[in-house]
Design a binder for this molecule. Structure first.
Ligand code: SAM
Ligand code: SF4
Length: 329
């Protein structure tokens, strides 16, 4: 193995979040409220299968063992199943995850599993179909729920469900969510709404801290699970009466970045050291031939020297990220 990817704060990077497309068919109010619009930039085609293979190989050779394939909506790529297979077959990669809006899951999850997909996160912001429609711009609640059922049928033991927490929309729906996970092995994760470059008053109107939910959980006998070394930033709570778990992702909380173990590559091949970083570092010129791997690794390692200790969201600085569909959340 080449040298493990590590930054100057001794954070090691085991986890790559790889975006494979910016395109999405949903219009989530906090992400792409007006729907997907092509960037219009030259050379903005998304990474090809051989480019994906090369970038994942370089990361795996430097200690990355988990890859999350994200987007935009990753399942909109026609070669999505082949991409899963390519990542899964890369030496050193043990977990291949995806984050999806779930719209194609009922029909395709069998194929994804056969290709080697080990973990699934689905985004569902409300269990009320009308509110789901209002938030995502799409009347697809039934299809998404059918996708989750199908994923359990084909043998996934746990599904993670992402819920973006929003004041006056879903922040008081904890009882409904708890009821839903009582007998289902779902880890339901409330993600605090994050401010991005293109967001104006939506953040002021709907941002709410996860602290109130955490307090309700603790008051009702939920217990914080001990974090394993490679775990993500969620605080996960369990309860003896519930099969499901609750996660809280609170990026505005102090020390959120301390456990950062992930790097991001965008759909056009730019390395992002942080979700809220600057424009990204070009990698694509070094993804054209297998022989470029050592140069690629060197460029990433040099850039890691610049990774900041924390994001600057607290100062109202959301970086250059216009919306999370552009680098995959
Ligand atoms: N389209 C897929 C989906 O929605 O699951 C994958 C991409 S999406 C950008 C990844 C995750 O980021 C989703 O769970 C989404 O809810 C979340 N997300 C998007 N914008 C966000 C924001 N401004 N604040 C918090 N979470 C956000
Ligand atoms: Fe699409 Fe996901 Fe963004 Fe919603 S959160 S608009 S599903 S990329």
């Amino acid at each position: 193995m080449a040298q493990q990817f590590e930054d100057k704060f001794q954070r090691k990077f085991y986890y790559l979040r790889l975006s494979i497309t910016d395109v999405c068919n949903f219009k989530c109010t906090y992400c792409l409220p007006d729907g997907y619009k092509p960037s219009g930039q030259k050379n903005s085609s998304f990474l090809s299968l051989p480019e994906i293979k090369r970038v994942v190989t370089a990361f795996a050779d430097c200690g990355t063992s988990k890859v999350r394939i994200t987007g935009g909506e990753p399942s909109l790529r026609r070669d999505f199943t082949q991409i899963i297979e390519t990542v899964a077959q890369t030496k050193g990669i043990k977990k291949v995850a995806t984050t999806t809006n779930g719209y194609r899951m009922a029909k395709q999850v069998d194929a994804w599993q056969n290709a080697g997909l080990t973990n699934i996160n689905v985004s569902i912001d409300s269990l009320d179909p009308r509110m789901f429609h209002q938030i995502t711009g799409e009347n697809k609640f039934t299809e998404v729920m059918a996708g989750i059922d199908r994923a359990f049928e084909v043998g996934y033991e746990q599904i993670k469900v992402n819920v973006v927490l929003m004041k006056d929309l879903n922040h008081n729906q904890l009882p409904a969510f708890l009821n839903w996970i009582k007998d289902r092995p779902i880890q339901l994760r409330f993600i605090e709404l994050m401010q991005t470059g293109e967001m104006d008053e939506l953040f002021q109107r709907h941002h709410v801290s996860g602290v109130a939910i955490r307090n309700q959980l603790i008051a009702n006998g939920w217990i914080l699970k001990v974090r394993a070394a490679n775990d993500g930033p969620a605080q996960v709570f369990v309860h003896p009466d519930y099969q499901g778990e609750i996660g809280l992702i609170m990026p505005y909380e102090k020390d959120f970045c301390q456990s950062c173990n992930r790097l991001r590559v965008s759909a056009v091949g730019k390395l992002h050291l942080c979700l809220f970083g600057e424009q990204g570092v070009e990698l694509r010129d070094l993804l054209q031939q297998d022989e470029q791997e050592s140069q690629l690794i060197e460029r990433i390692q040099t850039q890691l020297e610049n990774k900041s200790i924390s994001h600057f969201l607290h100062d109202g600085n959301s970086g250059m990220t216009p919306h999370l569909a552009s680098i995959g959340g």
